[in-house]
Design a protein around this ligand. Structure first.
Ligand SMILES: Cc1cc2nc3c(=O)[nH]c(=O)nc-3n(C[C@H](O)[C@H](O)[C@H](O)COP(=O)(O)O)c2cc1C
Length: 166
């Protein structure tokens, strides 16, 4: 088994991981100096109910990595089908990510999407190394569900609930 793992080619690995359907989140924060940062993440997961913890994995090569690693708080916005273009924007380096989207700001100035399927506001509890990514563990202090359904991500594309994959 170990020998075979050494033969794993990255394209196959990515393709296999794409067989696991997930939701899509737009994760946002505000730096100490007041600049806004965010990235699209499908690696969101619930971690603990008591205490209430969630996790998101962030690539160390992301431009926003230093900001999130040092952040006090961050927001996980669970995207709906209406956020598909915005999610692509937040996955594209160098874009002026906050120019569009119906962002509002919480009392500490962190951006959130009030029309998201859910908005989860967290304190950064821990940053755990995980290869070329880190695991951002957030302690949830506020979580609100919206009325719209989430959009799914499967095999490198968006999928709407109720729609069957090609
Ligand atoms: C649907 C989707 C899911 C993604 N999930 C993740 C993820 O979980 N973690 C991650 O680090 N990057 C993920 N990415 C890539 C980042 O969104 C992208 O690299 C982003 O531009 C990084 O932020 P930066 O612009 O600050 O470098 C995903 C991209 C897409 C389109």
């Amino acid at each position: 088994m170990t020998d075979r793992m050494h033969e794993l080619d990255p394209a196959t690995f990515r393709s296999v991981l794409g067989r696991f359907p997930s939701g899509v989140t737009i994760v946002t924060t505000r730096s100490e100096s007041g600049t806004l940062h965010g990235f699209t993440a499908s690696s969101f997961a619930s971690l603990s109910l008591d205490p209430p913890l969630i996790l998101v994995c962030l690539d160390r090569r992301a431009n926003c990595f230093p900001v999130f690693q040092a952040a006090e708080r961050f927001v996980v916005n669970i995207a709906t089908p209406a956020h598909a273009d915005l999610a692509i924007k937040f996955a594209t380096k160098g874009e002026n990510k906050f120019a569009e989207g119906n962002f509002e700001f919480d009392e500490e100035g962190h951006p959130l999407l009030p029309d998201a399927a859910a908005v989860i506001r967290c304190e950064l509890e821990q940053v755990v190394p995980g290869g070329d990514h880190v695991i951002l563990i957030g302690r949830v202090h506020d979580a609100r569900a919206g009325s719209d359904e989430p959009v799914m991500w499967y095999r490198g594309d968006f999928l709407h609930l109720g729609e069957s994959a090609a």
